[in-house]
Design a protein around this ligand. Sequence first.
Ligand code: AMP
Length: 251
Amino acid sequence: MKIMVAIKRVVDYAVKIRVKPDKSGVETQNVKMSMNPFCEIALEEALRIKESGLASEVVAVSMGPPQCVDTIRTGLAMGADRGIHVEYPDALYPLSVAKLLKALVEVEKPGLLILGKQAIDDDCNQTGQMLAGLLRWPQGTFASKVILDKEKQAATVDREVDGGIETLSLDLPAVITTDLRLNQPRYATLPNIMKAKSKVVKKYTPQDLNVEIKADLEVVQVTEPPKRKVGVVLSSVDELIDKLKNEARVI
Ligand code: AMP
């Protein structure tokens, strides 16, 4: 079985986000970019499944400007076998990404798709769900545990929901999106970084995949959130209750 993993290039999680002076978006020039943390978890899970003998190949896919190849190389250094880059100069919204991934599924025929539950730049949390809908495949989102059964061709997925853990059984092929507690992604070792340089990265354009990219969202303005007021340290619970009652008037 082949596993396809979608990895997005985003502003590094440790970077303090700055809004562009013209408020058209977030500053990405001269800013450290990295693989989206939930995508690292997705790739780690695919690699563990392969290492347990339940998959034969892990293909890492990234979509966007030419620099996405750096993110794919990171994925290859972590252990992915091959990369696919769908090159597009602008930001891609979830529905376009889902359509492109669907087109790649038709070419690659994977038995399992693993995505991050959300990208930390747009925080959309939509791509996996849209992709499963387009493919009419079962979906297990926010996975905190994944167990594959080769004979039954099924996956058992524990997912984190408001009330606790929900367990789903999905027939394969399926779409899984990963939550934070699923695993701890590995670091790429120096020998694997060297090896990754010779792994294949295939390039497509949306036209090659017969997908028309439509901007279905318009960004009107991006602004910083209002500055938070300085907090106060209270000396007792009684003082807290007094403030909640008489100042905030919430109890
Ligand atoms: P989102 O729906 O934008 O929050 O993204 C959820 C997941 O979809 C990400 O964690 C990735 O696995 C995948 N994804 C979204 N955009 C891209 C992209 N441009 N390239 C590769 N994967 C993507």
